[in-house]
Design a protein. Sequence first.
Length: 456
Amino acid sequence: MHRTLYDILHDVSKSSMVDDGDLQAAGLLILTAALHGLQINRVGIWIFTDDKQAIRCRMLIDGDDCVIDGDLELMRTAYPNYFIALDNERAIVANHAQEHSSTLEFRDSYLIPFGITSMLDAPIRHRGNMLGIICCEHQGPEREWSSEEIAFASALADTYGRAISAAQRNDYERQLHEINEQLEQKINDRTEILQQALRNLNHTQAKLIESEKLASLGRLVSGLAHEINTPLGIAVTSASHCANELKRVQQLYRDEQLNEQEFAQFLAGIDDGLGLINNNLSRAATLVQNFKLSGAIHTANEEEHFELRDCIALTIKSLQPLLKKNQVNCQLQTGAPIHINSYPGAIAQIITNLITNSIHHAFANTPDKQIHIQLDETRGQVTIYYTDNGCGIADDIRAKIFEPFFTTARRTGGSGLGLSIVYNLVTQKLGGEITINEDQSDGAGFIITIPENQKK
Ligand SMILES: Nc1ncnc2c1ncn2[C@@H]1O[C@H](COP(=O)(O)OP(=O)(O)O)[C@@H](O)[C@H]1O
Ligand SMILES: [Mg+2]
């Protein structure tokens, strides 16, 4: 190839503009190269419409004028022979353009008015398809396009194909970037929605836990009310019996019919009655006192020095009506007193929740329903072993039972909060640990270990 043509091509090919993705800049570079290399004044880039029924001018340089994306369009129907030549996908080399079979159709409307005498069209290819042409137009005396010039124009057209690839890649990258940004925005929006949902959930959870705590306190209180009712009832009956007796003896006295035997009987009866009243009222008073001591009504809030065995015994006692009603025998193993500094309210609540769980979940098929609680003290630690002889906790739910809202009794009103409250009280309030007793062969078992001296 002629040295200048080779150099021009080399410069174009090396220019970063070709691969930058700016199709207009690349087009200008390539067309300017064609003008210089081929020593012509008019050159254009023409691209087929999608249906290939027309070819449209993308860029045209005519002397000092440059038209970009103008409305020049050639229809297949108007120039059938030219389009047949294009369909061959080869360069059209028309040395005598005004007579050449492919370009003859342009003669009167185009070639003569613009003084064009020779034409050279090089196909632009992209991914194996011909997209259009670079059209080189020579004015003045006709010329013979040399094979080097034809190769030069073709090489420039190929370079334009390369620029199209770069522009497409840029376009894809831009689209990808946009999609990414949209996606990020969407993710941010969704995250915000999820976070809001989570905040709501936490709020609801806190409310539910609070109400479950109140419910377990309620169970204790109603147990206590039931328990107090019996001695009070006996005291009331006995008092009214004494009052009736008194009235009867007063009447006998007024009628002067009261004999010694009658009077002695009356005194004995009143003595019994008062004894009964006294006993039962003290029993009621003790129950109230015990209930206070059990810490249940403090809703687990104050740290105290207390005896653990008593605390648990009292809690069991306040649940007695519930246990009796369900024919459950709950035994606390006897042993030496264990004095600790901790939260009696929390311990009462833990024991209450474990017992209610045994009653609700364990005993459906157990004829002799038993709960055992055993205490053990070693090296500043107390261990509470809680066991029942019910159905046990199935292997596949063991990992989940301490999670809030996990329940196998949703249909019968289970909230799934009982054991999660127990877990939180043991680990956070009491600074201890709770595990399922894996060694137990039948029924459910829990091992709770807490420090004797709770330091917060
Ligand atoms: N003593 C037990 N015996 C058998 N299963 C139990 C026992 N205690 C708890 N569970 C199981 O653990 C689950 C979670 O208990 P809990 O958190 O108190 O929620 P809930 O009592 O509302 O179901 C229960 O649904 C039950 O399946
Ligand atoms: Mg429960």
